[in-house]
Structures are given as structure tokens and as C-alpha cells.
Design a protein around this ligand. Structure first.
Ligand SMILES: CC(C)(COP(=O)(O)OP(=O)(O)OC[C@H]1O[C@@H](n2cnc3c(N)ncnc32)[C@H](O)[C@@H]1OP(=O)(O)O)[C@@H](O)C(=O)NCCC(=O)NCCSC(=O)C[C@](C)(O)C(=O)O
Length: 278
């Protein structure tokens, strides 16, 4: 670790609250971007799980953004002195669906700051708890884990090819898909649309396929296989997928629910996830 990061724990407990409308327009754009089957839900109908990631995102002017296109660190998230942000994982509990047309409030709280040394060097994990409410009614409880890495951190060492699932779906990871998902989530992170920045500044071979989009596709696949929205959905991002790689979604039914994972075709495990229904 370049320096002692214990002082960042002072940020634990910091809260932020934002509100938004789940409009029919957003529901239609989410449906179209992810190529979901059938017609998008109309006003008053349940919206698909994970659409909340598109809601109540911070809307800041350009001078409040960092060089990576995200809000500058030290506003809500602590000022971690490691520049490269990635989405590391999540743990979500779905209490009840959001309905199209509802006014949604997102209450966010810094819940953890955990420095570690990984195989690729210093890592700092930040846990953010979000509660997605309509009035006093909690619909989704989510813990997001973000990770910050050093400037010169290498890619994790190559791993074995991931096994194939019982159910397999291929998704074409075009720049258009990545751009449209960034737009839906109002995510300015340049690693998803600025190829020169992704290569020259963050040393990736291509545009990065969003962790939350992979998680959304896996959660929707779990819901399709089980015929219902999971009660709990957990995931971890273990290696990165780039545009042009192709994204393969895998699923296998288990006693407790559905195990899911992503890879590029023939590539190592990228995201691993569990959906529970009881
Ligand atoms: C994070 C990397 C570099 C660590 O790779 P490593 O080889 O350095 O780590 P390690 O040696 O395997 O593990 C070190 C410690 O970290 C833990 N660990 C290791 N991984 C995770 C994880 N995911 N979640 C939680 N914990 C993790 C692991 O369990 C261990 O803990 P321990 O010492 O206590 O045993 C590696 O796992 C990696 O490259 N993951 C892929 C990340 C990725 O591609 N994310 C999606 C794209 S970025 C994105 O979508 C952005 C977005 C949407 O714009 C946005 O943030 O807003």
C-alpha cells in the first residue's frame, strides 16, 4: 500500500440521498438497450430487476468530474489515492418490484473502506449501501463494492477457461451497446467509450464491458430461468471483458437457486454470481 489509508475510514457513515422518476421512457430504453423480449412494461407495470442502477445517479457539471469521467473523489466517495476504479461486486435483496411511473428515492451510505494487497498490487475496496425506496417502502437493498487500483497495476494473471453453463447466451459487446448502457446509467467513466483513454491512461487493450451491465444480464437470465425475480442476487467481478471479446452468459440451476457466470467465449471466469429465490 503506498500510504496508510486508515484515515479514509472516517468517511464511513457519510450519506447521500437522491430522487428520480422511473419513467416509461427509461423502461423502454432499458428494454431496447438490453434487447429484452416482448414489449417494455407500460406505466403501472413492474419494471425489470436491476433497472434501479439507472436511477438517481449524480448529475454533476464537468468541473466536478475527475480525469476518468466519474465524480471527483472526496465529494461523496472517500479520496482514495489509487486512480483506477473498477466495479468489484454487489449483493442485492429485491423486496418488491419498482413500478413504471413511480417516484424513487435512493439513500446511499459509505459502509466500508478496506485496503488490501492483491496479486496485482494495492487495492482499496469501498462498500456503498444503497436503499431504493418508494415513499417509506423499501424495494431494493444493495451493497455495491468498488475497487481502486494503482496506476501501473497489471491485469490479474491468466486463469483457466471458465466451464460452460447448462444455459449459455452470447451477447455482442459492441461500442454501441457499451455507450447506450453508460448513457442509461449516466456513467461518464471513460474506460467504456474513450478507446484512447482506456488504452493509454488505464492500459486496457480495449473498451471495458461494464460490471453492472454483466450483473444485470445475469440477474435477468436468472429471473427468466426461475420464472421469478430473485430475492437475493450476489456477484463478484474477477477478470475484465473488453469490447470485441464477446460476452458469454452462463447459468446452471442449483438446489438454492441459479449459479451464473460470464466469460468471453473460451475465456476465463469474468463475473461469478448466485441468485436465490427462497
Ligand atoms: C479487482 C481485481 C483487479 C483484483 O485482482 P487481484 O489479482 O489483485 O486480487 P486477488 O489477489 O485475487 O485478491 C486480493 C484480495 O481481494 C479480494 N478480491 C479480489 N477480487 C475481488 C472482487 N471482485 N470483489 C471483492 N473482493 C475481491 C480477494 O478475495 C482477496 O481478499 P483477501 O486478501 O481478503 O483474501 C480483479 O479481481 C479484477 O480485475 N476484477 C475485474 C474487475 C472488472 O472488470 N470490473 C468490471 C468492469 S469496471 C466497471 O464496470 C466500472 C464502472 C461501471 O464504470 C464503475 O465503476 O462505475
Amino acid at each position: 500500500m503506498p500510504e496508510n489509508l486508515d484515515h479514509l475510514r472516517d468517511w464511513i457513515g457519510r450519506e447521500e440521498r437522491r430522487a428520480d422518476w422511473l419513467t416509461p421512457d427509461l423502461a423502454a430504453k432499458f428494454h431496447a438497450t438490453l434487447a429484452l423480449p416482448g414489449a417494455p412494461p407500460a406505466e403501472g407495470e413492474p419494471a425489470p430487476p436491476m433497472i434501479h442502477l439507472c436511477l438517481a445517479q449524480p448529475a454533476l457539471p464537468p468541473d466536478a468530474l475527475g480525469g476518468d469521467g466519474h465524480p471527483q473523489l472526496g465529494t461523496f466517495l472517500p479520496p482514495v489515492p489509487l486512480p483506477r476504479r473498477m466495479w468489484a461486486g454487489g449483493d442485492l435483496r429485491f423486496h418488491a418490484p419498482l413500478l413504471v411511473g413511480e417516484r424513487v428515492t435512493r439513500v446511499s451510505r459509505i459502509a466500508g473502506v478496506t485496503p488490501k494487497i492483491g496479486r496485482t498490487g494495492p487495492l482499496c475496496f469501498i462498500d456503498v449501501e444503497h436503499e431504493i425506496r418508494v415513499g417509506d417502502d423499501s424495494r431494493v437493498a444493495e451493497t455495491q463494492t468498488l475497487v481502486y487500483r494503482g496506476d501501473d497495476a497489471p491485469a490479474p494473471p491468466a486463469a483457466e477457461p471458465a466451464p460452460e453453463g447448462e444455459t449459455v447466451r452470447d451477447v455482442e459487446t459492441t461500442p454501441t451497446l457499451l455507450f447506450r448502457y453508460s448513457a442509461l446509467t449516466f456513467n461518464g467513466h471513460r474506460i467504456h467509450y474513450d478507446r484512447r483513454y482506456a488504452r493509454e491512461v488505464e492500459h486496457y487493450p480495449g473498451l471495458v464491458v461494464h460490471g453492472p451491465m454483466q450483473a444485470t444480464l445475469l440477474c435477468l437470465l436468472a429471473a427468466e430461468i426461475a420464472g421469478q425475480t430473485p430475492r437475493r442476487f450476489r456477484f463478484r467481478s474477477l477478470s475484465t471483458i473488453f469490447d470485441g471479446d464477446g460476452l458469454r452468459l452462463h447459468a446452471r440451476r442449483t438446489e438454492a437457486g441459479v449459479s451464473l457466470w460470464t466469460s468471453r467465449p473460451g475465456g476465463p471466469l469474468a463475473m461469478s454470481a448466485e441468485a436465490e429465490f427462497a
